[in-house]
Structures are given as structure tokens and as C-alpha cells.
Write a new protein. Structure first.
Length: 250
């Protein structure tokens, strides 16, 4: 990893302004080092485990998109924060088909599409809601069984099969790198996604919409930017170390 992922725990709007500024500075520096423009990389805040009342402080500091791993948690927050209609919601974790109806109801982005069956289910649910959804095909570039996503060789076939599903706007690909301190191993995961995107783009119905690489998190997003990331998913770099609810004992 390139740095410690967790920032100072943010408890006030001023704390969030400080942490967001620090992350944007890191993004700009990484982009400049790669010969890119910083505004070509979008910061997607990862808000899992962060309660709604604390999110309001982050929103006041400039956060406008909430990235959530679990649909139920995201749905609850969308209801608690319903007075803020400008907010966008991105589901970045695996999705079971029986929960697609919830995503269709409120989400704007889905970064973990990994099957045609799931895509078809989302299409039907989006038809009912008269909504569209930006989607990213998740590719398992690390080859780890513990990670979700398609093999790179299968991503193009899924992209081609999405053509008739007009409620789904295919924006790009997503991956998670191997959890290691070896930078070259991490970079190879990101490089493989970039190479995969070049192949997939030839099979996309609307290539001009297929422009995004969602890769890199708090501890490795500089490496992802060096390999072409356009969306980086950062949680602890903004909010500080996660605080998980304690389970009752006894």
C-alpha cells in the first residue's frame, strides 16, 4: 500500500473539510505524477458503517455521493436522508437478485455487476420504477476466490449481452486489488483492468459512455490512478477508522 488508509477520525464538518481536502490533494498529486489531470478522477466516498447523523456533517463539507456495500444499509440511509434529494447512492458490493428491487428504487450507480441474470433482474425492476442505473462490470483481476467478479475473459461477453437492456447504462469496469504490500502486484491488478477495458470497449453498445475504471481504495488509490483509474473509492481516508457496532455479550 502507498500510505496509511485511515485519516483522523472526522467528528465535525471542519474535520471532514480537512480530510476531503487531503484526499483531493493526494488525487491531484497522483494524477500529476501520471501525467493526468486531477479532475479526471472522481472521488467516491465509501460510507459503510457511518450513521446518517454523521453523514450530514460530511455532506455539509461537500460529499454528494454515498458509496455503500450493503443494500439494506444504503436503503435505510436514503430514507433517513430523504430531505437531501441531491444525494446520489452507489452500491459497490455484491448484490443478490432478490434485493435488486431495492437498488432499482433509489440507487444511481452499481459497481459490482457480475452476471446476465442479475442484469436482467435489474432491468425488470428498473422498468417498474421507470428509472435507469449506471453499472460497472466487476472483474476479478486478482484471481482470488474470496473476491467477487468475472474473469477478464468473460467481461466482454457480458458487456455484449447488456446491449438490449436499455435501463442499464454501462459506464465501465470495477476491480479490487490483491491485499498486499507489494506495489507491483497491486499495480498489475489495476493494469489488467485497464487492458480488459480496452477489449471490452469493442463489444459495448454505446462506447462513448464506457469511459470509467472504478479501482483503488484509501490505501492504494495513488497506484490505481497511475494505472488509469477514473473513480477511486475512499472510506477511511475521509471518515477515519471504521467504528463497527459492538455485539452484546452474554
Amino acid at each position: 500500500m502507498t500510505s496509511q488508509p485511515a485519516a483522523q477520525f472526522a467528528a465535525t464538518t471542519e474535520d471532514f473539510i480537512h480530510n476531503l481536502s487531503a484526499v483531493h490533494s493526494r488525487i491531484s498529486a497522483a494524477a500529476s505524477a501520471a501525467g493526468r489531470q486531477g479532475d479526471g478522477v472522481r472521488l467516491l466516498p465509501v460510507t459503510k458503517t457511518v450513521p446518517a447523523e454523521r453523514l450530514r456533517l460530511a455532506i455539509a463539507a461537500g460529499v454528494d455521493t454515498l458509496g455503500e456495500n450493503k443494500v439494506q444499509e444504503a436503503l435505510a440511509k436514503s430514507e433517513e436522508l430523504a430531505d437531501l434529494p441531491h444525494l446520489r447512492y452507489a452500491i459497490i458490493g455484491p448484490l443478490q437478485r432478490n434485493k435488486a428491487k431495492f437498488v432499482a428504487r433509489f440507487a444511481h450507480e452499481f459497481h459490482a455487476l457480475d452476471s446476465l441474470r442479475l442484469a436482467e433482474t435489474l432491468q425488470r425492476q428498473l422498468d417498474e420504477q421507470d428509472r435507469s442505473l449506471e453499472v460497472y462490470i466487476q472483474v476479478n483481476t486478482s484471481g482470488e476466490e474470496t473476491k467477487s467478479g468475472l474473469a477478464a475473459a468473460d467481461a466482454a461477453e457480458l458487456a455484449r449481452d447488456l446491449a438490449p437492456l436499455d435501463r442499464l447504462v454501462l459506464r465501465g469496469l470495477m476491480t479490487m486489488a490483491t491485499n498486499t504490500t507489494e506495489e507491483q502486484v497491486i499495480r498489475s491488478c489495476f493494469r489488467d483492468l485497464r487492458d480488459c477495458a480496452s477489449q471490452v470497449r469493442q463489444h459495448v453498445a454505446v462506447p462513448e459512455q464506457f469511459t470509467e475504471l472504478s479501482m483503488g481504495m484509501s490505501g492504494d488509490f495513488e497506484l490505481a490512478i497511475a494505472e488509469g483509474a477514473t473513480v477511486v473509492r475512499v472510506g477511511q481516508g475521509i471518515f477515519g477508522a471504521r467504528q463497527y457496532p459492538q455485539r452484546a455479550v452474554g
